[in-house]
Design a protein around this ligand. Structure first.
Ligand SMILES: [Zn+2]
Length: 174
């Protein structure tokens, strides 16, 4: 299993070939006699909601450097999505939360970046259940609370899924 089409088998290193399997063209390892499936990478994010405002971070690294997004990232292999979401929140903004205080707001398939697809698990948490003043930390160049109206203008560039995520978070915690 790989997140991008595999030119080489991740198990034995043999160069893969193209083969149609189950109606899709897939990479295939002749040596292992099995397909090397491409699958999405799981990610998670958490929207902190303070009354009618949401906490966003300005990305300091690709994809989307300079764009505003919800704090989040990839899970470690053995990490629960809730645990990963609060870890990413803490790493990017210095804000801490209890994984059990998160509300699941939805799952999305994000647009691919260099061929990698991400399935994202979105959470929301009220600011009253968090601790710490937001500051820009790892992977973030700025942090701020925004109302939906502020995000609708062209002043701030958003990651593609962020506007929907903000609406879902505000609805979920209404
Ligand atoms: Zn192989």
């Amino acid at each position: 299993m790989t997140v991008r089409p595999a030119d080489y088998c991740p198990d034995c290193g043999t160069e893969t070939t193209a083969r149609e399997i189950e109606g899709r063209e897939r990479r295939y390892c002749e040596s292992c006699a099995r397909p090397v499936f491409q699958n999405p990478a799981p990610g998670t994010d958490v929207t902190v909601v303070d009354d009618d405002r949401v906490l966003l971070v300005e990305r300091a690294a690709p994809p989307g450097t300079g764009e505003w997004t919800v704090p989040g990232g990839h899970m470690e292999a053995d990490e629960h999505p809730r645990t990963a979401a609060v870890r990413e929140l803490r790493e990017e903004t210095g804000v801490s939360a209890d994984p059990d205080d998160l509300t699941l707001i939805g799952t999305d398939l994000l647009d691919p970046f260099r061929g990698k697809y991400v399935v994202n698990v979105g959470f929301a948490v009220p600011a009253t259940d968090t601790a710490g003043k937001p500051t820009a930390e790892s992977d973030a160049s700025d942090v701020s609370f925004f109302t939906p109206d502020e995000l609708d203008g062209d002043e701030y560039e958003l990651r593609p899924h962020v506007r929907d995520r903000v609406d879902a978070a505000l609805d979920a915690l209404d």
